[in-house]
Ligand binder design. Sequence first.
Ligand SMILES: NC(=O)c1ccc[n+]([C@@H]2O[C@H](COP(=O)([O-])OP(=O)(O)OC[C@H]3O[C@@H](n4cnc5c(N)ncnc54)[C@H](O)[C@@H]3O)[C@@H](O)[C@H]2O)c1
Length: 245
Amino acid sequence: MGNRLEGKVAIITGAARSMGAAQAGLFVAEGAKVVIADILDDDGKRLADQLGDSATFVHLDVGEEAQWEAAVDTAVTEFGSIDILVNNAGVYRRASFEEITPELIDLHYKVNQLGVFLGLRAVYAPMREQGSGSIVNVSSISGMRALPGHAAYGTTKWAVRGLTKYAATEFGRHGIRVNSTHPGFIDTVMLEENSPEVNAGISAVTPLGRKGTVDELAEVTLFLASDASSYVNGAELTIDGGTSI
Ligand SMILES: NC(=O)c1ccc[n+]([C@@H]2O[C@H](COP(=O)([O-])OP(=O)(O)OC[C@H]3O[C@@H](n4cnc5c(N)ncnc54)[C@H](O)[C@@H]3O)[C@@H](O)[C@H]2O)c1
């Protein structure tokens, strides 16, 4: 237990499981109130119950603008403000160029790219009013390098990197910082999309020789969300064991 987020209210999207759930747990342990936002209602509610009075669950499909309003309302009415947004929700389907369909492009676009844009827009006005805020957009090393089979997914992650820079430029004047994280291979449900052979090869190409954990990822998100990073804006931070160098 610490106090690195004492008095702060956060919305974390895709927080019902994996990386988002680890971030929610760490944020609460560091004094924050957290809105767990996801389309997985049962998992999200269960996690909110486990975390106690400092957490609540809201159903949010990040690609649906109207649902964002309800999520921000929940933060403000239940916990009093909105200080932190972690745009963590994401989908990943591995496909070669020949396998990619317009539907697959739409799926990635709606969740990974439009969802981040709508999140930025939803919190901008209340954060601007209070003159402060920290937004962390979860991109990927696929948003920095062209990885095999990642074209549909990775192009949205490049977009998240770009959106972060544009938002950091416009929001900065109002005391709102916007940064992106670029996880490498973090041990979560999402990696089940890869074949066992691909996942077995991951450690081999990682200078640290292993996958990352959700707790290692959460610590970096906490740094960017907290006042410890008060002069960090528009930055991109890799958490990848050195894979992208
Ligand atoms: N695991 C990795 O190795 C890795 C690497 C790089 C980037 N990432 C990124 O990290 C983030 C978290 O991924 P993860 O590994 O924890 O994956 P995960 O699949 O375990 O979790 C993703 C979460 O997002 C939620 N979600 C999906 N669509 C949604 C929607 N429309 N609205 C709201 N929530 C939705 C899911 O229900 C789930 O809870 C994603 O943005 C992912 O692209 C993961």
